[in-house]
Write a protein that binds this ligand. Sequence first.
Ligand code: NI
Length: 210
Amino acid sequence: TGPISCTINVCAFGAPLTVGKIMALLPIVTLPDPSLRKISQPVDQIDAEIHRLLDDMLETMYAAPGIGLAAIQVAVPKRIVVIDIGKTEEERSPLFLINPEITWASEELSLYQEGCLSVPDYYEDVKRPATVQVRHLNREGQLVEFKAEGLLATVVQHELDHLEGGLFIDHLSRLKRDRVMKKFNKAARIDEIITQRRREIEHQSEEAGV
Ligand code: NI
């Protein structure tokens, strides 16, 4: 899946977003792009630019569709995550996590089949702590803490992995991970060949004057 082209559209979601605000869909970085392995930097000031990024990330995540997105997935190496596990538009309740940290994790584990917008069309079971305590700054810059359980606990951990350059495939066996990497490397090479061939054809038609 190639990057989504940047489009501007008017957002009509309810609170906490302002209706009619102009937001943008951001292109999502996918494997094998090495920038997914970067460590994201803490946010030192929550200003209008960060608010804009949070809104654009949320819009991009809903459009994908996905239930979690880290800033590095839209090529911004900042410690920012948006999450919404609501299944329908009515159930939406977005979480904005800035500089998030896991302060406690249960010994009890749970298993979910995970996927990732940066690893398109690939799903695999991953075991993680069933409950985690998360401390973060919210949109307003207040330090808040909450306990995440079930699917939310998994999504929080998956997204926080992204901030360290991690991907859910790192939790799989080496064999499985190598197989996934091979698949994405091959797809990228084929993409490159197609682009190159298209360029050659365009060049030839220009020379032929057609
Ligand atoms: Ni992901």
